[in-house]
Ligand binder design. Structure first.
Ligand code: ZN
Length: 303
């Protein structure tokens, strides 16, 4: 089995045709590896902008790519897709998180009207794999590539990142460090499978109405975590950020605590997270439990 680790850089370009911004891809960088993850080939191309005319200051600052460079050395997006299809033939495609695949689908369908990527046959999300190996899958924020590399004590320079090739290579180095831990097989999906693209482009969201039919009411019960008995809810459900909390009372322990719950609607399941929190002395602080917002990875700039 051979693998191709791909990374992209993109620029937020305004499309007059669509009346909205598109994450226009400006660079492809990839490494091809054998089944022991030794590099056997590399791929790096710049893309000539066709949707936007200039790259933004932020992208320029981050990637050090200039507009002039793109016009000088860049090739049209569909030529890059053809080259990359040749390059990655027969390989499992890997990216760090699915945001690059989203951008590919967006760009490819912009130019062809088709959202099925010609080079995508088997796919593996390396971020999901690494999060799983490092036991970080259940965290509310996704694990960034640099954070993962730091956790794994990989020696790299921040200055070299935010270029497609360097990021693809760093993703590979993370994979190499972790590949002995768990089999990759369970993380490789067939792109020909039903719902692959639907699932990929589905945006998970938190349910923000406690009375929603999508909520399984039985989940709203809380047990006292000291004695394990069912506690009685003594306060109203309050919504804050992505979660709901309410006061509960355990008769057995004569104790009041806060039960907190969130429901995240994913493509084929609703992920429920529950937690009990000690009630604090000041009533106003009791449910002042902010969840830090995740970095938005689908922004026009890749952080
Ligand atoms: Zn109790």
């Amino acid at each position: 089995m051979e693998y191709v680790v791909l990374d992209l850089e993109w620029n937020g370009s305004y499309s007059k045709a669509l009346h909205r911004f598109v994450n226009e891809i400006i660079e492809f960088g990839a490494v091809k590896v054998d089944d022991e993850f030794n590099i056997t080939d590399t791929f790096s191309v710049l893309i000539k902008p066709q949707i936007g005319k200039k790259i933004s200051g932020k992208v320029r600052e981050l990637t050090k790519i200039t507009t002039e460079e793109l016009y000088e050395k860049g090739i049209p997006f569909l030529d890059a897709v053809n080259k990359f299809t040749e390059f990655s033939r027969g390989c499992v495609l890997m990216t760090w998180s699915t945001s690059d695949i989203h951008a590919l689908v967006e760009n490819y369908s912009y130019f062809t009207g088709d959202c099925k990527l010609p080079f995508l046959k088997k796919y593996c999300n390396l971020q999901a794999y690494c999060e799983n190996c490092l036991d970080k899958s259940k965290k509310s924020c996704q694990l960034g590539l640099s954070s993962c590399a730091e956790l794994l004590e990989i020696d790299f320079s921040q200055d070299d990142q935010h270029r497609a090739f360097a990021d693809a290579e760093l993703s590979l180095r993370c994979l190499r460090k972790l590949c002995g831990k768990k089999s990759l097989d369970g993380f490789i999906v067939d792109a020909g499978e039903n719902n692959f693209y639907e699932k990929l482009t589905y945006k998970a969201r938190f349910i923000t109405d406690i009375n929603s039919d999508e909520i399984d009411r039985s989940q709203l019960k809380f047990k006292c975590d000291l004695c394990g008995r069912l506690a009685k809810r003594t306060g109203k459900w309050k919504q804050r950020n992505k979660s709901f909390s309410a006061e509960f009372y355990c008769k057995n322990c004569e104790r009041t605590f806060i039960g907190r719950i969130s429901f995240k609607k994913k493509f084929d399941e609703i992920e429920v997270r529950k937690k009990t929190v000690e009630k604090r002395a000041k009533p106003n602080e009791s449910d002042n439990l902010k969840i830090e917002p995740c970095k938005n990875i689908k922004a026009s700039v890749k952080e």
